[in-house]
Design a protein around this ligand. Sequence first.
Ligand code: ZN
Length: 264
Amino acid sequence: MKAKIISENKIKTKILLEDTMPEEANAIRRTIISEVPTLAIEDVVITNNSSAMYDEVIALRLGLIPLKTDLKLLKLPEKCSCKGKGCNKCRVEFYLKEKGPKTVYSGDLKTETGFEPVIKDIPITKLFEGQEINLKAVAVLGKGLEHAKWVPGMVSYSYFPKIKVKPHTEKEAKECIKNCTSEAIKLEKGKIVVDNTNLAISEIKDSCLEACKNIINIEWDETKIIMTIESWEQLDAKTMFNESLKILKENYEELLKEIKKTIN
Ligand SMILES: [Zn+2]
């Protein structure tokens, strides 16, 4: 399989997979969502909470804050040299100490490490005059299959469309373009012209395919897949993709070992 990034920004990345099939793309999608680890708050010790929110609700809200993750520096607790007891290679501590009146945001979480919340303005709770919150939170790496708070993002894929233009009138062309705002489909001198380049095609919208169905003929290339990775920003899309391949390889080797054991 060949993989090439065709567009990327902070949140959404599109990767073109060639010489592949849906089973491979789906394995990558499932691995990213359920097995690529990210950092999230798992344990919270609350020493004071006089806000209107219960301790459990505060803890749940803290768990859902996306935290910057570095898989080169952090280890999963079960794979750490401390064997899950907890050390600075597998846990990150945060502190929150605030007094009302104010709204407490994710950005108020203090840590001596670089693993800060990626979004600073997520409200945690509101404190009125005289109310206080004081807690320590411990974040660990975890996987999406254990809890959705560790999911690094969303992944989807589709076949690569090849679009051909059928003979059409100017009226039909204008009708098509009226309901289609895609870079791939343009009106030039009263005729519809299709830009079949990777980037333009990857941006094509379903509304265009519907609006222009009398003018264009779509064929799906079953060996080429466009994968869209949306990151919640704990990890970038490239890391999510590469980590999923590493994990798939490890899982495959593990499976081979198990099969050999069974045969023997
Ligand atoms: Zn450890």
